[in-house]
Design a protein around this ligand. Sequence first.
Ligand code: ZN
Length: 400
Amino acid sequence: MAVWDDLVGQARVEEQLAAAARDADVFVTAHAAGEPAPAASKMTHAWLFTGPPGSGRATAARAFAAALQCVSPDRAMGGVPGCGFCDGCHTTLVGTHADVEIVRTDLLSIGVKETRELVRRAQLSPAGGRWQVIVLEDADRLTEGAGNVLLKAIEEPAPRTVWLLCAPSIEDVLPTIRSRCRHLTLRTPPVEAVADVLIRRDGIEPEAAHAAARATQGHIDRARRLATDERARARRAVVLRLPLRVGDIGGCLKAAQELVDAAAEDAKQVAEEVDVKETEDMKAALGAAQGGRMPRGTAGVMKELEDRQKRRRTRTQRDSLDLALTDLTGFYRDVLALQLRSRSPIANADVRDALERIARDSAPERTLRRIEAILACRDALDRNVAPLLAVEAMTMALRD
Ligand SMILES: [Zn+2]
């Protein structure tokens, strides 16, 4: 399976990246011969992948990284780079290639210190002789200071270093940085294409695959989770029941509390799965004695780890709330479609009764106001308003 097969509904982006990977060979040859790179090349040192959540920005960046490292003999014969089988492709995709650094943060921001380390790494010559690739999956989380550190590296890149930055939209990246990147926009893949991937690659039953693809509106990872994870389905069910429960103030407050609790529960689950092992590993690395007594002078390191884990819980909780708000927006978008007698298929066909009831009992103007209330809640969360306060304000507004 070629590295491009994971990209769903992105033919144009795929074409551009494959062309760049081909031109990249000319770069390598020119560099080896001590000649300057050809001016009209489709290859360049800094790329920015943007697209809505679920469109596969990080997948595209990783596929490109693999294609750059592809050592398939086909390639020399003019084949498309990125065979998916050779050592270069394979190790890039599983994250063990020596010249590919994939930075995926579970923190809310990427600071100056981490970025300096990356920049230092980017200046090294590739060990395997092709490219030194740095994939920054959350370039929107760079602090301003970190952005400035990165800017210098992008302005004067080492001859065979490539930066692949990913962000939801171009506005999420500092203007100075994005103006130096080649920009690729991924689109939300069509529902049919997502269902097809779930069936073909993940072996999910066609009916379940179509339902999940429709419910998540083209978000591949979420569709897969919905089709395979019982807990994800239960959580979505709670969210979609909410519109029927905001009839009175008591119901609003209770629904808000439940939504926030479910997000906290998500964060706790991640903590249980990841934090415990991480802490044990760290203790072992620091040489803790049997029984858990820590050697002298290691308290600071453990404190740093705890802080990191706390920030990760905050982010997980926020991401989980964000997903709930996305589902809720989808619900009211369906209500609006019914009210306006739109011909497009509704996303949440499994709760059609609730959709029809609310569509019947209210006017389109009110549905629009409700969608606005959800967007306002998301804004408030972005501005660090306490989650319960923001969600309560939203459920109260949904009642009006
Ligand atoms: Zn390959």
